[in-house]
Write a protein that binds this ligand. Sequence first.
Ligand code: ATP
Ligand code: MG
Length: 812
Amino acid sequence: ADDRVARLLEGLNPQQRAAVLHAGAPLLIVAGAGSGKTSVLTRRIAYLLAARDVTPGQILAITFTNKAAAEMRERVIDLVGPRAAYMWVSTFHSTCVRILRAQSGLLEGMNSNFSIYDADDSKRLLGMIIRDLDLDPKKFSPRGVSVAISNFKNELVSPDEAAASANEDDFTAATIAKIFSEYQRRLRAANAFDFDDLIGETVALLHRHPQVAEYYRRRFRHVLVDEYQDTNHAQYVLIRELVGEQTTASGLEPSELCVVGDADQSIYAFRGATIRNIEEFERDFTNAETVLLEQNYRSTQTILSAANAVIARNTGRREKKLWTDSGDGELIVGYVADSDREESTFIAKEIEELTDYSIGGSSSYKYSDVAVFYRTNTGSRAIEEVFVRHGIPYKVVGGTKFYERKEVRDVVAYLRVVANPDDSVSLRRILNTPRRGIGDRAEACVAVHSENTGRSFYESLIDAAEGKVALLNTRAVKQIGGFVELIEGLRADFLTHFGESDTDDADTAFLDATEESADIGELVDAIVERTGYRSELEASNDPQDGARLDNINELVAVAREFSADAAQIDLESEAEDAEIDREGEPEPGSLAAFLERVSLVADADQVPDEGDGVVTMMTLHTAKGLEFPVVFVTGWEDGHFPHMRALGDPNELSEERRLAYVGITRAKQRLYLTRSVTRASWGQPVSNPESRFLQEIPQHLIDWRRTEPRRSARGFGGSSGGVFGRDGSFSGSGGGSSFARGRSSYSSDPARGRNKQVHLDIGDRHNHPKYGMGKVVAKEGSGATERVTIDYGGSAGRVTLLTAGGIPGEKL
Ligand code: ATP
Ligand code: MG
């Protein structure tokens, strides 16, 4: 046994070792990218199980993605054996779903088969509310309101508190608070939680029921959190609740807490993440200790130096010394393309060489060693087109959004209604899909009845079928009757234990019993058959409908596979005695389990495995926590990366710089940084100057394969300006930074750009060296006094510039 424990500490450096061995006080491990934070967390769990008499059931580990959770679990099982399978390792959201399901008896008006609403469901519900309250949808868009509500929830602000904090004469704030309140009421009536609720309602539950909070504290003696820098306020409070503060009357010590993170990698501020949590850890948790890791095991020194140089420009950060003993490695490869298409071609050709066995021999790479990152989802398109032509196998992570396709959502809505008939958003979605002659008017009559009687929308449909709803014509009554019969039939055939009773117990029983009667694949199949969804698509001549049919069949296959996997898990786990760890988890293979999987699937969970043999393509945000031998980071242009939105806002700019740091530090051996002089944006070619981040990298680290291409006689004056006119002509407006670098260097004289005439028209875009990207909104005067007004957004706002006889640069 001692041997085994010794092996768990093997290969760790002294700081890592200290972090694994640490016992007692709350522990924060802060360290730069690739220093082994995630590895240490994993080893620590293994060590707890092997050497410290901790049982798997006492461990709660929280990761940022489901995929990371699965990997961590696998890794611990490798280290200490199969009993580790019974730890809770999951994302914040999955953890909370388990707690809420297990404690659903304490959730007023809810039961354990609650629906989980994603962003699209939330917006639908908000749309209904905004309509019902007769509000101007231009002023109160579902999207805008959902952001506001999400912000409240991330801060644990209740509708009442939102209303109280809204200034009396601030109509907008007061109205949003009112919508928020109504939204929560309808969510509960639908037996549904939205994503943010999962966290917030768990916190509320633990606050309301101290004995439940104590139960979980007693149970999870160890709480471990990865990527702590991207937690928001609600998640922070949840952790506090789960860990506990002081020794309680019953003598319970707080649980051991271990969090790891890197403030420089915080990139989810738009979801409420705050580095405050990492910065204040020592103040938040009594007696907290901090361990710093400084050795990087992932990247070459060249890659690290580049990353360090970029992040060093952020202010107010804690200086970190990150080093490696793996040597300098290859230079970073830089490339300036004329267009995004050409940028993609360069990447494809490089990948062909890197993976060519006849060139690299045994040192050549596999496709799965390579990843390509871009700033926004649209960045994949040009690259995909070129990869297809070159025959390079790839997978785009996220972006494809299978579960966001209309037809897939329709069928999932049927599944949700079968599981939870109170789910009114799903119910109203499918009421007339496929079309069955239940029009808007009939729907409205049922909605009014529901409102007046307080009966759920589904109960109101039953009332309608029985002729108890006012103003419905006989045809509508008949159609609604048919629909209710359809749903009841599905429930009767697939939910074996569903009885007359509406109590919690019966609901739970049928959810768990689903797999006894049939697998989810059969249920999906029955839905598309009985509703006529499949035959309608089959009969259509529209090629789009062919694609829809494929997606439906894909969903059937996904569901079948899910049931088959679950049957396997069931067989394996029968051998183990782990009653307690199943708590809150729906039976494997049950409808609830399937819906949970579908609802909580995230982009990052679709990252391919090595065995898939494909190049991985994803956004920089999705790349967090991952590593690849070869990494291409594309689109290094001011206005693109950093994003245009960030150019006038120091906080956003810092966040973009952290994103650059995350991107660069994913690379183990080879890093490529590419940019394009023009890029298609909203269907228009846009010319952006070189990203300021690229300029922050010491130039001796970069081997420029190609620099700024020479332009026609009209000239392109340097790297920080340039505008495409309406006629497609290019006119320089550069501030002119020096461009002498790399081998085929091109040097531009700053003065050259200065004498170029600028042709700007209303609607044109302009990139200013100081204000960033903007759009021309007005033009006055002519000749020597010509002025344009350009809106640069952000704090720069509208700026009037003298254009005549030189570059726009003189602020009037
Ligand atoms: P990020 O900040 O990107 O999340 P991280 O700090 O979590 O990175 P890991 O992913 O845990 O870092 O580790 C980076 C790489 O270094 C991994 O390949 C890991 O296996 C390796 N590694 C970590 N510690 C050691 C060690 N002591 N010896 C050898 N390799 C190590
Ligand atoms: Mg990590």
